[in-house]
Every structure is written in C-alpha cells, then in structure tokens.
Design a protein around this ligand. Sequence first.
Ligand code: PXP
Length: 247
Amino acid sequence: MTADLRLGVNIDHVATVRNARGTAFPDPVRAALLAERAGADGITAHLREDRRHIRDEDITRLKAALTVPLNFEMAATAEMQAIALRHVPHAVCIVPERREERTTEGGLDVARTENALAQFIAPLREAGCRVSIFIAADATQIRAAHRIGAAVVELHTGAYCDAHHEGRPQERDAELARLSGMAALAHDLGLEVHAGHGLTYETVQPIAALPQVRELNIGHFLIGEAIFAGLAEAIAQMRRLMVEARS
Ligand code: PXP
C-alpha cells in the first residue's frame, strides 16, 4: 500500500458464514492471516454484544496470531471495555450498536454523550490503545471527538455508498462533498482520519483520493468478492484501486 493510505480488512463476515452452520469453519483467523499475506495493513474485527459473528475466542486468537495491527471495534459498554483492556489491541474503534440493526447503521453521537465517552476512553488511552471514534461526517461530532481526546475519527461512508449503488448520483456527490469537507476539518484539528462502511470497487476511489484519509476499513464487499476471485485477489484489486486513486 502507499505508505500514506492503509487498508484494514474487516473479517467479521467470515465468522458470519461460520456461525450460519455452527461449525468451526470458515475460520476468520485463517482469513485474517491470508489477508495479511495478501497485503492488508491491519485487521479489523467487531465483537458485537450479541456475538453474531466474531466471538471472544476469535479476538484472543487474532491477537496471538497477527503481525499487523488489530483494530478492535466495539460498543461503549463496560463489558467491551474490560475485554479491550485485557487484550490491549493496537486500536479500539468505538461504534454505536443496536441489536436489531443489520450492520452499524450510523455514527456514534459523541456530542450527546461527550462526558461519559471521555471517561470511557480514558483507560483505553492510558493502556496504550489508539482510540478511534466512528462518526458521521458532521462538524459537531468531529469537534466533540476531538474534545474527548480521540486520536482518530473514522468517517462513515455508508450513505455515500448507498446513494451510489442505489442510483442517486446527486445525493452521492453531496455525500462525497460532505466527507471531503469533514475530512479536512478533522485533519485540521489534528485528528487522524479513517473512513469506511459499504466501500466497493466502484466507490473506493473518490474516498481514497481524499488527501487527509490515512486508512480505509473494508469488509463485507471484500469477503463477498472472495467467493468469486479469492480473498487475496480481492484485496490486491482493492489495493490497486486505492493506489491508482492516490497517485
Ligand atoms: N468501519 C466500521 C467502523 C465498521 O463498523 C464497519 C462494519 O463493521 C466497517 C468499517 C466495514 O464496513 P463494510 O463491512 O461495509 O465494508
């Protein structure tokens, strides 16, 4: 990868397929190691409260097996905080979580929970985790993330991707303009800027081209594409598109 734009591969949905049958396979840790060999700069895994895909033992095994950084996604709950403090992953990305949602549908409302969230992330920061907050591209949320002492904001690209794939080009362009402006604001505040959710071969390049963005986290599309092309090739193709957009 270009030194200034990393690709984090989210392996949650390998676990989704495994859990559909109650077997031990396909193994998300095997997928993570393959992704690492294929050039992933990091591995992302979301331990949801309901354990619908990644499970506790997956996190233990990932932490033991990976040589690239682990980005541990979690809700702001006491249970998850204790797990993160046990493993001390390279990065902890705080995401909103609702049981009834299919995926992480929106960003965290940092502004509304600012004091509680500042207290919540303090021990994670002290333990040495790089704390990232998954938020909508919104100035109020970015400023709040900055005030609570987050090192990173990950901007939610879901609305942009949905608008593209659902054939709403004006909305897509408006979302892209918003992401671009908010990436600049976050960067000016000194935050490291990441982006992710819903990215595909068709949508990745305008996001990869935003100069302030340092990392993309991509999962569902890559795991789906792996059915057709293999995981290594899907990752390689995503990286090619990212490098092309950046140059
Ligand atoms: N970033 C964050 C914070 C996420 O919650 C997710 C989904 O788990 C992703 C990136 C990856 O999204 P997708 O699986 O749609 O590529």
